[in-house]
Design a protein. Structure first.
Length: 316
């Protein structure tokens, strides 16, 4: 591939930036998730095209985690390679997140939320991504066994060490989120953002008061799996499973989910989208972005064509 020169109009071609809660950070309305599509089986140049396209269109926020791949760690390694090949000169234009909390290495310290696990995992992530620091470091999930204060103090110390600029909370229940907001704010490391699954098929953060809690306390909110892993796109409208789709892998998205009721709902929403001149994906993403307190949607994309459609939702 040729040397990368980003599109000069990357900040003027329509992407809307939104303030993340009450912080100084602006995030693009559409951000790029690296959970799938950046594994060892994915072609590097194909992935590089997706990331270049994203950055060229104002997607400054890249969301990774220690375990993204497969194999775990591979997405971060790819980020490290892209840093070397394309992105290093633009490091200060990028807002890069990583996380720890799911199983990453064998034994009792490669999982969950202990200080030991979080600290070691972030050091590994920085090496893989060839970075000195991440912009945002998340506790990836709630750990019912580790004292919350231990996990939270590790986040405070990670910021103090300069290894992360901000911290975030992912998938914690409301009662624990409240503890986190208080603990971190009292130590001058207020959490920047909460990451939760919110989409037209799964409205839990709205219904359980997470979104409201974030809004009332100055945290941003970013929605993961905003397209329900592809269900809220035109991929499954016929009720069949396309080759090479996430459902065809049968790991995180299963064929049994395509019930007649779901298909009827998806086709109904698709008709509403079409009447507005939108794709179902754009319609679904815009629905999320209209919810009070939402900062950004974290889309996955297995091709530039998909990303192109999704980006429209974040543009005026
Ligand atoms: N905090 C957490 O615990 C957590 C959990 C899950 C995800 N996340 C984050 O959220 C990000 C997004 O999650 P996700 O990948 O599930 O998001 P998603 O946007 O709901 O689904 C992405 C998948 O949908 C399909 N797709 C996307 N746009 C499409 C379009 N325009 N037309 C047709 N199909 C389209 C593609 O699947 P095909 O492969 O079928 O093409 C794509 O890989 C992750 O990468 C990760 O960063 C965080």
């Amino acid at each position: 591939m040729q040397n990368y020169l980003p599109n000069e109009s990357r900040y003027t071609n329509g992407m809307q930036f939104r303030r993340c809660g009450k912080s100084g950070i602006l995030l693009p309305s559409v951000s790029l998730g690296w959970w799938h599509n950046f594994g060892a089986e994915n072609d590097y140049d194909h992935c590089r095209e997706i990331v270049r396209y994203a950055f060229d269109h104002g997607i400054t926020h890249m969301d990774l985690a220690n375990n993204y791949g497969p194999p775990p760690g591979h997405a971060e390694e790819m980020m490290g390679r892209m840093m070397q090949d394309d992105l290093r000169p633009y490091r200060d234009e990028l807002f890069i997140a990583s996380k720890a909390g799911y199983v990453m290495w064998p034994g009792p310290y490669g999982n969950w939320g202990s200080r030991k696990s979080l600290m070691a995992s972030l050091d590994q992530s920085l090496k893989r991504m060839k970075l000195d620091y991440v912009d945002l470091f998340y506790t990836h999930r709630y750990d019912p066994e580790t004292p919350l204060e231990e996990t939270l103090q590790a986040l405070v110390d990670i910021v103090r060490q300069g290894k992360a600029l901000y911290v975030g909370i992912s998938r914690w229940p409301l009662h624990a989120l409240k503890v986190a907001i208080k603990y971190l704010s009292e130590r001058d490391v207020p959490p920047l953002i909460y990451q939760g699954r919110l989409n037209m098929l799964d409205r839990a953060p709205l219904e359980e008061g997470i979104l409201e809690e974030c809004h009332n306390n100055g945290l941003g909110f970013i929605s993961f799996s905003p397209l329900a892993q592809g269900l809220l796109t035109d991929r499954y409208l016929q009720g069949s499973v396309p080759q090479n789709s996430r459902m065809s892998q049968g790991r995180f998205l299963k064929e049994e989910m395509l019930t007649p009721e779901l298909l009827a709902y998806l086709n109904e929403q698709n008709a509403i989208a079409q009447a507005k001149g939108q794709t179902l994906a754009e319609h679904a993403l815009r629905w999320i972005l209209e919810q009070k307190g939402v900062t950004s949607v974290l889309v996955g994309a297995s091709s530039v064509e998909q990303l192109k459609k999704n980006i429209k939702a974040g543009c005026e």
